[in-house]
Design a protein around this ligand. Structure first.
Ligand SMILES: C[S@@+](CC[C@H](N)C(=O)[O-])C[C@H]1O[C@@H](n2cnc3c(N)ncnc32)[C@H](O)[C@@H]1O
Length: 263
């Protein structure tokens, strides 16, 4: 029996542990993506500036890529992920932090936290695995303390380049999540991949009681031509300046929201 067969055999029905795929190394995805990685850290720093929390959760935190940026603003972090493989890597990646708890979930739309218990929940690069994000947003609202915050990143179908494509075909950007293929990012398992319309997501925030406090447009210069012709440091300087300004137009491929749960 091959490793892959063994891995598949032990997966429970309806597993969301896509990142346990033996053919996929999520860390490798970040090779050559220093600009995107640092653009996201800039966004987190901007949104968290001057804020400090007792208990924070990195939901769908993977191997902990952004956890240290959250830990700079929190006393304690709970890293949640459905993938055992990602959690094992995270334990090594974050070995110098002694205030991190690791929780594996394998149930869709469930945040493993008591109601009203988290001061901050961060969910980055998970929305593209959520073809129906409403229940997760409702769970985020349930888990947050009154007055707590969430940072939610969405994969933006309405980014500038896409909008021009839709316009050329005289079409509007769909309101519903748009599937972008099952094998994106090199994952060969049956992983759902979708992009979202920010307007629809903003309606869901409002429906489930999360109030936008600020919004950033991120990875605005993610284009092969620009990446070839500008240094990473120059791209990041431009990125830093424009993240807030371009958010008004939902310009970039990734939109970060800082949200609050009403007291
Ligand atoms: C692209 S990675 C992002 C990891 C980390 N947030 C980051 O930005 O580097 C997506 C992560 O979400 C997890 N995931 C996928 N579907 C999920 C779901 N429905 N709920 C929670 N996490 C999920 C995966 O196991 C994976 O570790």
């Amino acid at each position: 029996m091959t490793d892959k067969a063994t891995n598949k055999d032990i997966k429970p029905k309806n597993s969301i542990a896509y990142y346990d795929d033996v053919n996929h190394n999520y860390e490798d995805f970040w090779v050559g993506r220093e600009y995107e990685h640092r653009a996201e850290l800039i966004a987190l720093d901007k949104l968290l500036e001057g804020r400090h929390y007792e208990v924070a959760m990195d939901y769908g935190g993977g191997y902990g890529r952004i956890s240290s940026a959250i830990l700079a603003h929190a006393d304690r972090l709970i890293l949640v992920d459905p993938s055992t493989k990602q959690l094992d890597i995270a334990k090594k990646f974050l070995k110098d932090y002694h205030n991190v708890e690791y929780i594996r979930v394998d149930e869709k739309d469930r945040i493993p936290a008591e109601a009203d218990s988290l001061d901050l929940l961060v969910m980055v690069r998970v929305s593209h695995h959520l073809p129906d994000p409403g229940p997760t947003i409702a769970e985020i609202h349930r888990s947050l303390k009154p007055g707590g915050n969430a940072i939610i990143e969405i994969a933006n179908e309405a980014h500038f380049v896409n909008r021009m494509r839709y316009l050329r075909h005289l079409q509007a950007v769909p309101k519903q999540p748009v599937p972008i293929g099952k094998n994106a990012n090199g994952i060969t398992d049956n992983t759902p991949f979708v992009n979202h319309n920010p307007k629809t997501i903003e309606r869901l925030f409002s429906q489930y009681g999360l109030k936008p406090i600020s919004k950033l447009s991120v990875s605005n210069l993610r284009h092969p031509y620009i990446k070839e012709h500008l240094s990473v440091s120059r791209m990041l300087a431009i990125e830093k300046f424009f993240q807030g300004k371009l958010s008004v137009f939902d310009f970039g491929p990734s939109i970060f929201y800082l949200l609050g749960k009403a007291d």
